[in-house]
Design a protein. Sequence first.
Length: 305
Amino acid sequence: MAIYPSWSYSQSRAQTFDECLRKYYYHYYGSHNGWNSAQGTEEQVTLYRLKQLSNLYILFGNITHQMCESVIRGWMEKGTIPRTAFLETAMKNMLNDSYKESLHRELWLQDPKNRVMLAEIYYGDEVLPERIAQIKERQHAVVHNLYRTAVWRELQQGQARIVEVEKWDTMLLHETKVYVKMDLLYRRDNGDMVIVDWKTGKEGDFSDQLFLYASYVQEHYQLPLEKIEVRVEYLMTGEHEVYRPTPEEIDKVVGNVGRYIKEMKSCLDDDYYNRPKPESFFTPMPSRRVCGGCNFREVCKYRAV
């Protein structure tokens, strides 16, 4: 059993680093080895469990991505697509099953990695009924808007060939492993490659991660940058954004990643082993926005209320 976690970079890691250093410590270091209740400390086990908490927005986003992946793979393998009514019912059942599973706290405590526990239920949040109502409305929209996207039209009309669907890979930046998982990558008849990102949240939710994906495609598929398109599909509204990343934009994002890595490594006593400084070094950064939805509010005495 490794004493310290392996080192890597991701956009979600950078986001947590920005939100709160104590939350960052709990998630990436304090929870390490907590999956083994026989060998991990009581604190490690608790933090590991809390790290596994989901919430309705995350759950809905994950289920929507599963739906998109299932539709795309079904089209690849069989050339058929399910009706929207079937997809709506399937999503509704998955959401309901996750809700019911979250009611069994003791079972989740025994196997937090493989069972669902919604933070809204775990903490008894008052926002639960409101969020359930929101998710019900969004469910109908994302199902119907998927089949209305330009991406789907290109695939269905045989104008493109699917290259990757939800495939994990890595790239190396600043001597650090960076994980890559594009929702969809396809190649048009003219040789252009299109990176697709399905969004279930607000419009304008474009992230630097997509520029890193463009850099990965450029390197991995030996493709000129001008032949790479990034397409963000907002399934809630049916809107989309299209980008043709420039070398300057790629360089800027890669530079930002380098700065994050440098700052994250300044929190380590040993960057070879990824051994963190003491917990007290990771200064709490309380705010109502972050603390209100933080998985670790049960153990953090600095949380804003």
